[in-house]
Design a protein around this ligand. Structure first.
Ligand code: NAD
Length: 501
């Protein structure tokens, strides 16, 4: 009996896994031009569950050509209200296929089922509906000026908001379906066409989503999905001279490559990159809420989360109580396969990722941090690691500076330093994505939030994400913002027209 049987996977999910996974180009499902395949593994069992096409430069070319054609075809003439209806239909399709999508997300990525269900419902469906409702509200302005002065007579200037064009969307493995939707929803609302390159480690829900796109009535060529490796398919997309914009979510290292790949045709680039976010806990914080909040901030998605609050700065008076509370929560997580409902802590994405995290844990110990709990690999099968906490961490240690992207929490103390001094320590990182402040003093909360150099700060919660809240990074955590009106804006360009009369 295979794990697939033991885990009671639905017939629908099994059938999908066993089907042939192809590239979605110009409304058709195709083999890759190379004929090569990439195996896909369940990270909780290490079992191969599918294989997908390894897209090539030639496949990317076909997909970009299809997207270019579609940009000026039927899609361009669909009224914005109807574009909104199409996005609502796509959202209905996700709701109708909610349970198989959730199952596939768990099998592909390893996240606990409850989290997959939550993220698909409250981010996937909601994001599509949110951006659907923006589609008919995209408009320009009239500008009351007379260029060149009154001598030239009367004039009218107006602006139009136009789709930016063909979008290349490159996404990571940590929340695969949500990132696909986060790119597609605003791009389609704006009237763009898209070539999506899912992460090679987690391509399955994007491919399933491709079938829902087909059903939703989106014209052919508007959305194309090319699975493949980053250094081949991803690189070809980033370098393609007929792509107008790249929207990329992934590591800072690859983000920098995307920037240099985009130079040739100066395509527009949005980057959502890594993080090393601070969590600042004052001595008046409500520990009943703060302890679970701090534990979730780091250990959510096994720490494979760009917004993870991995660097805690806590006032010395409550340090021991906070550490004991977070340790007890960390030790209470049920580690195991995400499809078993009682498990709330899954595996890391791959053997390589586990090796990388274990290397950091060893480094933390050798650099002199105190290991409070965790630090070990778990289970014979699957890439599991225990939730790990270090205290006595200093800002110079590599575990405090570098993005580990695993369940490793680093705790530092502060005493009676000023808010500015605490902020200096919290901001001593090349990243600037998220952060949180925990206090019962609202004035301390706002002052501290203002001093943290990141795109998002939460007070008495961590990583507040909503379709309407702009999200993105400062410093090396990225360029631009996603979600909300700003997220839509990045898929539009402004044209100013002046008429003299
Ligand atoms: P990654 O950068 O290795 O890969 C991301 C995507 O880029 C994948 O699809 C990959 O195939 C592709 N890619 C790799 N090399 C490429 C190249 N040379 N040219 C073009 N594309 C290439 O990231 P990952 O390991 O999949 O994800 C983890 C990283 O993503 C972490 O650093 C995390 O912080 C970051 N992340 C950021 C956010 C955010 O919103 N800021 C969200 C999630 C993840």
């Amino acid at each position: 009996m295979t794990n697939k049987d033991k885990l009671k996977i639905s017939e629908e999910a099994k059938n999908f896994l066993e089907s042939e996974h192809l590239l979605f180009i110009d409304g058709e499902w195709k083999q890759s031009s190379s004929g090569e395949k990439i195996p896909v593994f369940d990270p909780a069992t290490e079992e191969k569950i599918a294989e997908v096409q390894s897209g090539t430069t030639k496949d990317i070319d076909l997909a970009v050509n299809a997207a270019r054609e579609a940009l000026s075809g039927e899609w361009a003439n669909i009224p914005s209200h109807d574009r909104a209806q199409i996005l609502h239909r796509l959202s209905d399709e996700i709701e109708a296929n909610f349970s198989v999508l959730s199952e596939l997300e768990v099998l592909d990525n390893g996240m606990p089922l409850e989290l997959a269900q939550y993220s698909i419902a409250s981010h996937g469906v909601t994001l599509l509906r949110y951006y659907a409702s923006w589609a008919p509200k995209i408009h320009g302005k009239t500008i009351p000026v007379s260029p060149g002065g009154a001598m030239n007579g009367e004039s009218l200037t107006y602006t139009k908001r136009e789709p930016i064009g063909v979008v290349g969307a490159i996404i990571p493995w940590n929340s695969p379906l949500i990132f696909a939707i986060l790119k597609l929803a605003p791009a389609l609302a704006a009237g763009c066409t898209v070539v999506l390159k899912p992460a090679e480690l987690t391509p399955l829900t994007a491919l399933y989503f491709g079938h829902l796109i087909e059903k939703s009535g989106i014209p052919k060529g508007v959305v194309n999905i090319v699975t493949g490796l980053g250094e081949t398919a991803g690189d070809a997309l980033a370098k393609h001279n007929d792509v107008d914009k790249i929207t990329f979510t992934g590591s800072t290292e690859v983000g920098k490559k995307i920037v240099s790949s985009s130079i040739n045709n100066l395509k527009k680039v949005t980057l959502e990159l890594g993080g090393k976010s601070p969590v600042i806990v004052f001595d008046d914080a409500d520990l009943e809420k703060t302890i679970p909040g701090v534990a979730r901030a780091c250990f959510f998605l096994q720490g494979q989360n760009c917004m993870a609050g991995t660097r805690v700065f806590v006032h010395e008076d409550i340090h021991d109580e906070l550490v004991a509370g977070v340790k007890s929560m960390a030790e209470s997580f049920q580690i195991g396969h995400g499809l078993i409902q009682t498990n709330d802590f899954g595996p890391l994405i791959s053997g390589d990722q586990r090796k990388r995290v274990m290397k950091y844990i060893k480094q933390g110990i050798s650099e002199g941090a105190t290991l409070v709990c965790g630090g070990n690999e778990v289970n014979d099968r699957g890439y599991f690691i225990e939730p790990t906490i270090f205290t006595d961490v200093t800002g110079e240690m590599s575990i405090a500076k570098e993005e580990i992207f695993g369940p490793v929490l680093c705790i530092e103390k502060f005493s009676n330093e000023s808010l500015e001094e605490i902020a200096k320590r919290a901001n001593k990182t090349t990243y600037g994505l998220s952060g949180s402040v925990w206090t019962n003093d609202i004035s301390t909360g706002h002052k501290m939030a203002a001093l943290i150099d990141s795109g998002q700060v939460s007070i008495n919660c961590h990583a507040a994400v909503d379709s309407a809240i702009p999200f993105g990074g400062n410093k090396q955590s990225g360029w631009g913002r996603e979600f909300g009106e700003e997220g839509l804006d990045s898929y539009l360009k402004t044209k100013a027209t002046t008429v003299m009369y």
